[in-house]
Design a protein around this ligand. Structure first.
Ligand SMILES: Cc1ncc(COP(=O)(O)O)c(C=O)c1O
Length: 368
């Protein structure tokens, strides 16, 4: 066998690997659930805790009968449905394998070696990965002490090498938002040849009326693109379908960079069925928002500082107690998402899971 191995691109050196939220099963095994320990709830991936709606499941089951065929590559029915739903031309839409897939296509389409991609930090952990894969340079702008995007500093960070800016609204993992006036002021400072991506993966969980709908912002600004997903509010995380709304030529570039047949027929049919069952799904979102209020208020009563969250998770900045706290949660039966040395992100889940989390924070707080 030859001693040499295939040459890989230097950009891949040292790339951070995406850490998926730990599954309840692996945590349960670690915590001894197999030996009669606590049942673990997964609050580590910002998933929707509700099972699929019967109507959506039925549609997907029926579609499964033809998975020997390739899916509709153009996602025609879904694109038409989305175009009607948002009042945008089909030519301004592009679907992908989750919104993270579309985000990666946006970087591929805009940024390569020598180019810069600006985003807040900490924010969605895929941003540094997909930027580095493209060979572009990440420019990470620290969040304010209140855990919010520092839009002035982000505008100051723009150079003639900047190609793309992510604004994650609400921000993962802090749940914080940027509001209309500050976003407009920021966008006024961004040159027209820099693409601004409003990542609205958690849009449906927002209750703050001052947070702009990215689709309205896109209508007025040719360099703004909106990312949405069916993974969170619509509960289709496992089926992988997200989409962008963007002006030409960005939308056309997305069609060029798409992996052929990347969105399965099951995902397409499930997304359409979910749009048609939207009232029911948004009712579930409403219940999760009520749970969010209960959890955030419960934490504050216990004495925690909790940034105002508009997403389906809360953020606790625990610093060097982060890993220890995550371990205590697992022992209690809930798996959360630690960012070692920084803090924990905890998804709002089933009310029993939220109760366990609140009990755990209460006793941990006494030891702080
Ligand atoms: C801010 C943000 N954007 C995008 C995504 C990607 O979601 P998906 O690829 O499932 O659409 C996530 C998932 O956690 C996220 O938090």
């Amino acid at each position: 066998m030859s001693e040499t191995s295939p040459k890989l691109r230097a950009e891949l050196e040292g790339i951070p690997t995406y850490k998926p939220g730990r599954s309840a099963q692996s945590a349960a095994t670690a915590a001894g659930a197999a030996a009669g320990g606590p049942v673990a709830y997964k609050l580590s991936s910002n998933e929707n805790p509700y099972p699929p709606l019967p109507s959506v499941l039925e549609t997907v089951t029926a579609a499964a009968g033809s998975f020997n065929r390739y899916p509709d590559m153009m996602c025609t029915s879904l694109m038409n449905e989305l175009a009607d739903r948002f009042g945008v031309p089909v030519s301004h839409l592009s679907t992908g394998t989750g919104s993270v897939g579309v985000a990666q296509q946006l970087i591929q389409a805009t940024s390569g070696p020598g180019d810069e991609v600006i985003y807040a930090w900490r924010s969605f952990e895929a941003y540094p990965i997909i930027t580095q894969i493209s060979g572009a340079t990440s420019v990470q702008v620290p969040l304010t002490p209140g855990e919010v995007h520092d839009l002035d500093a982000m505008a100051d960070a723009i150079t003639d090498r900047t190609r793309l800016i992510f604004v994650c609204n609400p921000n993962n993992p802090t749940g914080t938002v940027v509001r209309r006036a500050e976003l407009e002021r920021f966008l006024d400072r961004v040159p027209g040849d820099v693409l601004v991506v409003l990542d609205e993966a958690y849009r449906e969980f927002i209750r703050d009326a001052e947070v702009p709908d990215g689709v309205q912002v896109y209508r007025e600004r040719p360099n703004v693109c909106v990312l949405r997903t069916f993974s969170k509010a619509y509960g289709l995380a496992g089926l992988r379908v997200g989409f962008a709304i963007a002006h030409e030529p960005v939308a056309a570039a997305l069609r060029k960079t798409a992996v052929p047949f990347g969105v399965s027929q099951l995902a397409q049919e499930a997304a359409i069925a979910s749009l048609r069952a939207e009232d029911e799904l948004l009712g579930r979102v409403g219940s999760l928002v009520s749970e969010r209020t209960r959890v955030a208020e419960g934490l504050r009563v216990q004495g925690w500082t909790v940034p105002e969250t508009q997403a389906n998770f809360v953020w606790l900045r625990l610093g060097d107690r982060t890993a220890e706290f995550a371990g205590v949660c697992e022992q209690a039966g809930v798996v959360i998402r630690p960012f070692p040395g920084e803090g924990v992100r905890v998804t709002i889940g089933e009310s029993e899971a939220n109760d366990i989390f609140l009990k755990t924070t209460e006793s941990f707080r006494k030891d702080l």
